[in-house]
Design a protein around this ligand. Structure first.
Ligand SMILES: *Cc1c(COP(=O)(O)O)cnc(C)c1O
Length: 515
């Protein structure tokens, strides 16, 4: 299978090349030349397979230049029992009749990013070795919180790689920040960017396209790649769990084979839901893809109106990993909606960066609206969703998952659709203990009052106290990777502005060379 760029159909690359490179040189995203089909017989054949076997099957359909042996090694390394606390890797539990929660947070950093970022380093280093490249890969990553930690964890001490992470100084949760600044590994670094996620992402994208900087790296035997979901090597592993969760529902007699389901995805950069769209295109029986936004509802509005308009206020919410106004991966969907017209995609992207908006019409809009349904939840609605679900079922949702649940309830009210539905749970509630506690135990005297606690404790110790409190109230166990964080050394303290990202990259490269 060959890969094109969304902004240049004349490019032809192999999957190893696109995974190594991340983003295409002219700014486009890599896309497969065609979308492979999975038949009902093949689906049925995977019913008894475990997660690793299912992953191997799906990956082999896209990553055709990897050998079967290579894919087996990647999959076995990534989805081992050491890495994932659940034997099913991505278990599905029934929340209420017909609504199933797909838990994607049993990996080492407790968010869904692990599902792809545990395997990406294997895919990347395999590609480097196989293509006889002796360059070291420099992974540059902008994060709204969870990607950064998951990428640092995945690439930590992986030979032949270095990783630099940029996160918005004010835009990540205390737990996300704590996880990142304490990350160990001789090849990892993180810096805070003054601004929001879009500032970090735009700054990083500029660095990617900086010819002079590329030369500078080249001279030092380094080449750029990305661990963001613009990298195709992140997208493919995410297609796997949509198949796997569907198969599990069939296997446990919750649905019959061939029965359509809806899939609800709390969405930010449009990577996760796009993977679901690819699964649907491949033949997975999916009715509607429900795109759930928080107050930054640029995507929900786009699905409803066809106008993508980033000229709006940016809100900081309690679901920070979805605080995004420019959703990079949407470009891959636009490419397909435009019947693979690269010039059209380029034009829309140009309008977005110069005018701040673009509009899709006609067939493209019709298709968007038949595949997707968009809705949003405010901060208050998100809190109500956590509280209501906890009271009715005892299930504790993190704020991102809760946005999904709220939007699903609106979808059901508006459409009357009662098809079985998979709600994607993207993070453990223990990553956001303060807000989750506030929601499930409103006004309780047992909760800690931050105003007088902060004087006494460091942020880390306070955060751990909240974890313990949440465990006590909910009866759930604190995930292992989040235990003991308060005792870890703070290793990453750099702060820079969006304009200083370039300098920061150079400084980080130089300082790593001194080590
Ligand atoms: C990254 C993230 C999202 C958004 O996923 P996208 O692929 O960017 O749409 C949602 N929830 C959590 C917890 C995340 O970490």
């Amino acid at each position: 299978m060959k890969y094109y760029s969304t902004r240049d159909n004349s490019l032809q690359k192999t999957s190893m090349e696109v995974i190594k490179q991340g983003l295409s040189a002219e700014g486009g995203l890599f896309v497969p030349e065609s979308i492979p089909a999975v038949s009902m017989e093949e689906l049925s054949g995977l019913l008894k397979a475990d997660y690793r076997e299912r992953a191997k099957k799906i990956l082999s359909m896209y990553l055709t230049d990897y050998s079967s042996r290579q894919l087996t090694d990647c999959v076995e390394g990534a989805y081992s029992a050491d890495n994932f606390s659940s034997p099913e890797t991505a278990p599905v539990t029934e929340l209420e009749k017909g609504l199933h929660v797909l838990e994607l947070w049993h990996g080492p950093t407790c968010a869904f990013k692990d599902m792809a970022l545990q395997i990406l380093p294997y895919l990347m280093t395999t590609a480097v070795r196989a293509t006889g490249d002796n360059k070291e890969i420099l992974i540059l990553t902008a994060t709204s919180g969870d990607t950064g930690k998951a990428a640092m964890e995945g690439f930590s001490d992986i030979p032949g790689t270095r990783i630099l992470v940029f996160y918005p100084q004010q835009g990540v949760s205390p737990m996300q920040k704590l996880q990142m600044v304490t990350q160990e590994g001789s090849n990892v670094m993180a810096a805070a960017v003054k601004g929001n996620f879009d500032d970090a992402q735009t700054g990083v994208k500029q660095v990617f396209r900086d010819e002079e900087l590329r030369d500078y790296l080249d001279k030092r035997g380094l080449s750029f790649s990305s661990a963001n979901s613009i990298n195709w090597g992140r997208l493919v592993p995410q297609i796997v769990y949509y198949f796997s969760s569907y198969l599990d529902l069939v296997r446990y007699n919750r649905i019959s084979l061939g029965e359509p389901v809806n899939i609800v995805v709390p969405t930010g950069n449009f990577g996760n839901i796009l993977a679901a769209w690819y699964a649907r295109e491949m033949g997975l029986p999916v009715n509607r893809l429900i795109c759930a936004s928080n107050d930054n509802k640029v995507l929900a509005d786009f699905i409803r109106t066809g106008v993508y308009d980033k000229r709006r206020e940016f809100y900081q919410t309690i679901s920070p990993s979805m605080d995004i106004l420019v959703s990079s991966n949407l470009e891959r969907l636009l490419y397909e909606l435009a019947q693979r017209d690269d010039a059209q995609v380029k034009d829309w992207m140009k309008q977005l960066s110069y005018r701040g908006f673009y509009q899709i019409k006609g067939e493209a809009l019709k298709r968007l609206q038949s595949d997707f349904w968009g809705g949003s939840a405010s901060v208050e609605e998100t809190m109500a969703s956590i509280q209501d679900t906890y009271q009715k079922t005892g299930y504790v949702m993190d704020p991102h998952t809760a946005v999904g649940k709220w939007v699903y309830d609106s979808y059901r009210r508006e459409t009357g659709d009662t098809d079985a539905t998979i709600l994607v749970s993207t993070a453990s509630p223990f990553k956001f203990p303060a807000d989750v506690l506030k929601a499930i135990q409103p006004g309780s005297s047992g909760s800690i009052d931050p105003s007088h606690v902060h004087a006494k404790y460091t942020e880390a110790v306070y955060e751990i106290k909240l974890l313990e409190q949440l465990a006590k109230v909910s009866g759930w166990n604190i995930p292992k990777p989040l235990q003991g964080l308060q005792d870890k050394e703070i290793r990453h303290r750099a702060v820079c502005s969006r304009e200083q990202i370039r300098e920061q990259v150079i400084a980080m490269i130089d300082s790593q060379e001194m080590r």
